[in-house]
Design a protein. Structure first.
Length: 84
């Protein structure tokens, strides 16, 4: 899985990096964006809300966020297997 390092990046840089990485994914592929900026989680969730993707957020250390985005098939409403 590709990792996108956004340590020290402030909005909108993490969102721009996430958009670029997401556009390069094939259906079913994922990438992880790592950030130390708490607003990144909200901005990604808001931006990708209406897009065919699954987002999971993990905070391994206080203030460090690992956000995994998986591209889903927009024509398949049963993408459940990709979310597990």
């Amino acid at each position: 899985m590709k990792k996108v390092n956004c340590f020290g990046d402030f909005c909108p840089i993490p969102l721009l990096k996430a958009r670029k990485s997401f556009d390069q994914l094939a259906i079913g592929e994922s990438f992880m964006l790592v950030s130390d900026h708490s607003c990144t989680v909200n901005s990604l969730q808001e931006y990708f809300l209406d897009r065919p993707c699954a987002i999971s957020v993990y905070e391994p250390l206080n203030g460090v966020f690992e956000i995994t985005l998986t591209k889903l098939d927009p024509l398949n409403t049963t993408n459940v297997g990709l979310l597990d």
